[in-house]
Design a binder for this molecule. Structure first.
Ligand code: PEP
Ligand code: MN
Length: 337
């Protein structure tokens, strides 16, 4: 429920109401605006109705939040959230490009691709150290050694990093070396893990599950925010459909809809979304056009030798070309690269 206070209501008045909300056994939210204060009361609908906040003379309006997710809903916060990964704002005026290899493979591999993507305008370095592989016989990632290499690459290039955490037991290590925790598609509904990253307060890149609905994705984000961490970035990375010509079907509907329904930043991952390197640039342009806040793409200076996802990795030259071809679309969308 959203409680809009009258313009004359003071911070003191709001605090008294927040106390009242808490005493009813509901979760209070404080949302000061430019003209008036807005409060939220989250919890059991029946309790909400019994509290009669509308009878308070300082209350202008009481509105229900109709969606199941509350804190991530635009009903609760009409303006866009900006999440900072290190010194890079995500969700503001800038269209953010995150790039790097699928997996961290060696110092030389990571540093060379990091320098290259940085030169062409990437702001955040990606790289997997803990890899969720479909086959147990495939490369499973370098683990902690990979995290250390990401930290080293970050120190050298000045780019903050994003890397996947697959298990609760890995959260502390990933937090120690990495600026943004990635929750992979396969773990989008791992609620214990969502709560654990929620408790860290670190930025989280939450990827949509391959067969998750948009509502399920927003509810997964709600878990993280409800655990005390508002720094969530959503990511559409393609869903599973009957189509087999591409690895996944990149659902751009979801991007437009999530931007409407939620105040959280939304990224697009055209690498996993298509699984085809030649399709990464066209779908990146589409991401900018549809209103995404940025993209996360895979790049490898020698894709034929990549230990994972080589078929969808952009070479250095292809990454440079992507940035060039993306620019007019980002500008047309009213953003800057
Ligand atoms: C990745 O980013 O390398 C990855 C495994 O992504 P997803 O969870 O979207 O498959
Ligand atoms: Mn990958």
């Amino acid at each position: 429920m959203i409680i809009v206070l009258k313009p004359q209501a003071t911070e003191q008045d709001a605090k008294a109401l927040l106390n009242q909300i808490e005493q009813c056994g509901l979760k209070p939210l404080y949302m000061p605006g430019v003209e008036r204060i807005v409060l939220g009361a989250l919890g059991d609908e029946r309790v909400l109705q019994q509290c009669h906040f509308e009878a308070n003379p300082l209350v202008e309006e009481v509105k229900p939040i109709l969606t199941k997710y509350k804190r991530v809903s635009r009903d609760v916060q009409p303006h866009d959230s900006v999440v900072h990964i290190g010194n890079v704002p995500v969700g503001g005026q800038h269209f953010v490009v995150m790039a790097g290899p699928c997996s961290v493979e060696s110092e030389q591999q990571l540093l060379s691709v990091a320098e290259r993507v940085k030169t062409h305008g990437a702001r955040v370095l990606r790289g997997g150290a803990f890899k969720p592989r479909t086959s147990p016989y495939d490369f499973q990632g370098m683990g902690i050694e990979g995290l250390k290499l990401l930290k080293q690459a970050s120190d050298l290039t000045g780019m903050p990093t994003v890397s996947e955490v697959m298990e609760i037991s890995q959260v502390d290590a990933v937090c120690e070396y990495i600026d943004c925790l990635q929750i992979g598609a396969r773990n989008m509904q791992n609620y214990g893990l969502l709560k654990a990253v929620g408790e860290t307060g670190k930025p989280v890149l939450l990827k949509r599950g391959l067969s998750a609905t948009i509502e399920e994705c927003l509810l997964a984000a709600e878990y993280i925010v409800d655990a005390g961490n508002p720094n969530v970035i959503l990511c559409e990375r393609g869903i599973r459909t009957y189509e087999t010509a591409t690895r996944n079907t990149l659902d751009l509907n979801a991007v437009a809809l999530m931007k409407q329904r939620s105040h959280l930043p939304v990224l697009v991952d055209p690498s996993h979304g298509t699984g085809v390197r030649e399709l990464v640039t066209p779908l990146s342009r589409a991401a900018a056009a549809v209103g995404a806040d940025g993209i996360i793409v895979e790049s490898h200076l020698n894709p034929s030798e990549a230990l994972s996802d080589g078929h969808q990795a952009l070479t250095g030259d292809m990454f440079a070309q992507l940035m060039q071809e993306l620019t007019p679309f980002v500008q047309a969308a009213g953003r800057e690269l």
